[in-house]
Design a protein around this ligand. Structure first.
Ligand SMILES: NC(=O)c1ccc[n+]([C@@H]2O[C@H](COP(=O)([O-])OP(=O)(O)OC[C@H]3O[C@@H](n4cnc5c(N)ncnc54)[C@H](O)[C@@H]3O)[C@@H](O)[C@H]2O)c1
Length: 388
């Protein structure tokens, strides 16, 4: 099997082998809400990192979060441009809501900073293209925050597909969902179009798409027909368990999406994702090939985990057989989040490509963008990704 890029080039190193930077890397964080806390926790564990600046539109939010995480000596701002203009840094984590991912990332790149950008890459394909252009011009890296890529079981999916064991892949079904799971408990920015831009599609749909696109080697998406709906989010009942019925008034994104996507190499991707449904699961992920097929049990793949083993189905001497792939149990630390942070830092130190690069994730964004466009237009749409 060819040497696979499994996003783990340095995370498998032992402590003795690891190269830390001689000089501390100076890091800033833009957007100090829920996920920024996970960035802070992981950066804190790295001996060659100093968190030097933080920024949030909401006055006092950065200070409060830093105090909660026991981090001192950080300059705080409410304007990311001012932060970037005045503090010397090597890199920033962009942890803002989706609508501001592009502007913050592009400004950071234009000012010589590497960027660890939270998923989804952006809201529109146009914004993702603008980031790719700025990244290329800057010579800096942008790594997109898909931490499940660092999970050993997730990597096994790619190893199986790339081994050729399944033959030519022609059909993939993926997606997932939560029975009652519109995310409003810690922040309501996920349900507002002017902040999130995409609902279930951008929150969890992008993970399912990345799981299979990464395994397939990122074939180019060509055409898509998709539907995105909002039957549940606009009803107060959808928030009964969290006691926030007023969220129904704010809800302006999708809570369900499904799509049929044609990929390069005669592969079709059948996809569905849901934040709220009267159903236990939207089904397993299946990857069908001419020599065998892989079943990945319905998984909350956004956590980077699945609890039941995968199964390969194929024929041996004309008889159908099934092979269970035992689950790989990884130590609790480093966490997937730690690996995402460390691999980004290692790429900076070693002058390597981004561990989760934008030239791959732009296809993910093109699919999300295509589904939104198709849903609005009511018919199949072409996906055109400009050369960058
Ligand atoms: N990788 C993961 O596991 C994971 C998990 C949750 C969220 N996310 C992603 O992280 C991002 C943020 O999610 P969250 O849960 O932290 O949301 P959040 O609403 O809790 O926090 C976002 C923060 O960004 C701030 N912000 C927005 N635009 C800004 C700007 N221009 N300058 C400064 N601050 C700005 C907001 O004021 C808010 O405090 C989203 O894109 C989301 O998809 C990733």
């Amino acid at each position: 099997m060819a040497n696979l890029d499994l996003n783990d080039f340095s995370t498998n190193m032992t402590e003795g082998e690891r190269q830390y930077s001689d000089k501390k890397l100076r890091i800033g964080v833009i957007g100090m809400g829920g996920i920024a806390g996970s960035h802070l926790d992981s950066y804190k564990k790295q001996p060659d990192v100093e968190i030097v600046a933080a920024c949030d539109l909401i006055e006092g939010k950065s200070e409060k979060s830093l105090e909660k995480h026991g981090i001192t000596g950080v300059k705080c701002f409410t304007d990311y441009k001012q932060m970037i203009d005045t503090v010397a840094m090597d890199a920033v984590s962009v942890c803002t809501y989706n609508r501001t991912h592009a502007e913050c990332t592009i400004y950071a790149l234009e000012h010589g900073l590497h960027v660890l950008l939270e998923k989804p890459m952006t809201v529109t394909l146009e914004e993702a293209v603008a980031i790719r252009k700025a990244e290329k011009k800057s010579g800096k890296i942008v790594s997109v925050g898909f931490q499940p890529r660092f999970d050993a079981n997730m990597q096994m999916i790619k190893k199986i597909v790339q081994s050729g064991e399944l033959g030519k892949i022609f059909y993939v079904q993926t997606g997932g969902g939560r029975r009652h799971g519109i995310p409003v408990s810690w922040s309501e920015t996920f349900i507002e179009d002017d902040k999130a831009g995409l609902g279930a599609l951008g929150d969890i749909g992008c993970y399912s798409i990345d799981m299979v696109m990464n395994a397939l080697g990122n074939p180019k998406p060509l055409r898509v027909t998709g539907v995105a709906t909002d039957y549940f989010g606009k009803t107060p009942e959808a928030y009964a368990e969290v006691g926030k019925p007023e969220c129904a008034e704010k809800f302006s994104v999708d809570d369900f999406a499904s799509a049929y996507i044609r990929l390069e190499g005669d592969i079709v991707l059948d996809f569905r994702i849901s934040w709220y449904m009267h159903l236990d699961t939207t089904g397993d992920t299946i990857i069908m090939g001419t020599k065998g097929s892989l079943r990945i049990p319905s998984t909350e793949c956004w956590n980077g985990t699945f609890n039941k083993p995968m199964t390969i189905y194929r024929d041996v001497a004309g008889r159908p057989v099934q092979t269970e792939i035992p689950l790989i149990h990884s130590p609790e630390t480093p966490t997937l989040f730690d690996k995402k942070i460390r691999s980004f830092l290692d790429a900076i130190i070693e002058g390597k490509a981004a561990p989760v690069p934008t030239d791959q994730i732009i296809y993910n964004q093109a699919i999300l963008d295509g589904i939104s466009r198709s849903s609005k237009s009511g018919h199949e749409v072409e996906i055109e990704i400009p050369e960058i």
